[in-house]
Design a protein around this ligand. Structure first.
Ligand SMILES: *[C@@H]1O[C@H](CO)[C@@H](O)[C@H](O)[C@H]1NC(C)=O
Ligand SMILES: *[C@@H]1O[C@H](CO)[C@@H](O)[C@H](O)[C@H]1NC(C)=O
Ligand SMILES: *[C@@H]1O[C@H](CO)[C@@H](O)[C@H](O)[C@H]1NC(C)=O
Ligand SMILES: *[C@@H]1O[C@H](CO)[C@@H](O)[C@H](O)[C@H]1NC(C)=O
Length: 478
């Protein structure tokens, strides 16, 4: 099952500091619902020391690999195997200095690959191989840190669950549709015991908790989250949904359990079609209960470089506070697999029109970078002065000024160059890893599909409407 493979999600890389969140009640009256807004905050997790710094080439590849799995999922294709992805990391490390190769235990990765018939992986890059998955043991064997550093990724909002209502921090994800939090008594799959210092839901903490006999499971890259479907109250921005059916996790993979994972569960705001719990998602349930006027989710996500953490999720409508209405474009969703995509009419790099009339972008807050096929990525960087290619990915001067814009619905949406200059390639370097990565999946890979993650989405106000199956994008109000 394709979906069972699921999102390697950004989640896997999130090992961060705790954020301080607060719920703001912008509460509409029940008879006249307008919209609900809650702050969403990004994770700031730049490594503090030179020793902890992950080389930009590896970081970029990790993000590309995560994105490639999501792209496969979102385009109905077989995802690349873990080994194939490990091979890309292997190749990246092979280009680094011997010291760095030692730091990332290059030889161990090589050993794993050799063990799993690496030769067949090397020869085919665009076709998903029938290679075995990495065992969790293999995955832990090597010392490549997961992508725990970057400027902006992982957007978290606070919701209230149970009776009495208690705060739960949930990772907001447009690329999945399931809600889950840890259950009381949850255990970690690596045998490390409980599920960490998080908030849990269960009969001891909630008098309205009602467990069903149905189980659910969602597979992640190196583990599975599973548990029972339950009914309980879910509240957001002061609105209560009583008896909502969702999941509590009895078993969590060790990616979610560490104390420093700054969220207690996931809030998938994707379409019902992609619910793996096969239940009515939260947004649809709010809509069906007439608590919001439309199953719309609108996002303003923030940027560390702006020295603000003022993101907002709005449920039920677009929040006029955040966008310039004269710039609003609304386009039909072009994705047929339950995700969100829009057509792009033109791409400009600096003043140059790239003459690409038929690209599409898949919109995904759970992806960090902007991912496009190699020819497109190469052509873009050829127009960024000072950019260099290492054989797998591009780097750019951190102070680059080239403006890249995507024209959607006749309106150009430009990307702040600070988002392209994603992170210094080495600690303190003035060369940055590019936020535009080369990625794609085959064999039916359309060379016109881009995956637009936060690198693009930070620059716009955007909104998805499940009933009308359309996406709206506008310039942010400054
Ligand atoms: C739990 O749900 C079942 C089935 O909907 C219902 O019969 C039962 O009364 C509920 N129990 C509580 C404590 O709400
Ligand atoms: C939790 O994991 C254990 C051990 O793998 C398994 O026996 C159990 O069925 C799982 N529970 C749920 C609810 O998935
Ligand atoms: C998209 O445009 C390119 C030119 O940039 C062209 O080569 C390609 O055939 C077009 N694809 C489709 C599906 O129209
Ligand atoms: C960018 O930085 C480089 C060196 O780090 C410097 O030489 C160059 O003048 C800077 N360019 C701009 C536009 O600031």
């Amino acid at each position: 099952m394709l979906r069972a493979f699921l999102h390697s999600l950004v989640v896997l890389g999130l090992l961060l500091s705790t954020s301080h969140l607060r719920t703001v009640a912008a509460v509409p009256s029940l008879s006249q619902p307008s919209f609900l807004s809650i702050p969403i905050s990004r994770q700031n997790n730049l490594p503090v020391s030179r020793a902890d710094y992950v080389h930009g080439a590896i970081l970029q590849q990790q993000h590309i690999n995560t994105a490639t799995k999501r792209l496969a999922l979102m385009t109905g294709q077989a995802p690349p195997s873990d080994l194939e992805l490990l091979w890309t990391i292997h190749q990246r490390i092979s280009r680094l200095s011997t010291d760095l190769q030692r730091k990332y235990e290059f030889w161990k990765i090589a050993e794993i690959l050799a063990f799993h018939r690496a030769s067949s992986i090397a020869s085919i890059s665009h076709i998903a191989l029938k290679t075995p998955s990495l065992s969790p043991r293999d995955a832990k064997l090597h010392n490549v840190p997961l992508a725990i550093q970057s400027n902006d990724y992982g957007y978290i909002g606070t919701f209230q669950l149970g009776t009495p209502l208690r705060d739960f921090r949930l990772l907001i994800d447009t690329g999945s549709a399931d809600l889950w939090v840890g259950a009381e008594g949850c255990v970690a799959d690596d045998g490390s015991g409980n599920c960490g210092k998080h908030n849990f839901l269960g009969p001891h903490s909630s008098s309205s908790y009602n467990q069903t006999k149905d189980t659910w499971a969602i597979g992640y890259v190196s583990g599975t989250v599973s548990g029972y479907l339950i009914r309980d109250t879910v509240s957001v921005a002061g609105i209560k949904l009583i008896g909502h059916l969702f999941g509590t996790a009895m078993n969590e993979s060790s990616n979610f359990t560490p104390d420093n994972i700054p969220f207690d569960g996931l809030m998938g705001l994707g379409k019902q079609a992609i619910s793996q719990q096969r239940v009515t998602p939260f947004l649809q349930s709010l809509y069906q209960a007439h608590l919001i006027p439309a199953p719309i989710a609108s996002y303003r996500i923030s940027r560390r470089a702006d020295h603000k953490n003022d993101g907002e999720l709005t449920i039920g409508a677009l929040n006029p506070k955040h966008y310039d209405p004269s710039t609003l474009v609304t386009k039909p969703n072009v994705n047929k697999f339950g995700y969100w995509g829009v057509g792009v009419d033109a791409v400009h790099v600096g003043k140059k029109n790239m003459q690409w009339p038929n690209r599409t972008i898949l919109i995904d807050t759970g992806t960090t970078l902007l991912i496009a096929p190699k020819d497109d990525v190469d052509a873009i960087h050829a127009l960024i002065p000072g950019s260099t290619f290492d054989g797998q990915g591009w780097s750019v001067p951190c102070n680059m000024t080239t403006i890249i814009s995507l024209t959607i619905g006749g309106r150009a949406f430009s990307i702040d160059p600070r988002d392209i200059a994603f992170a210094p390639i080495e600690y303190g370097s003035d060369i940055c890893m590019s936020g535009i990565g080369i990625g794609g999946v085959g064999p039916f890979y359309q060379n016109t599909d881009w995956l637009a993650g936060d690198v693009f989405l930070k620059n716009v106000y955007f909104s998805t409407d499940e009933s009308k199956d359309q996406v709206s994008i506008a310039k942010l109000k400054s």
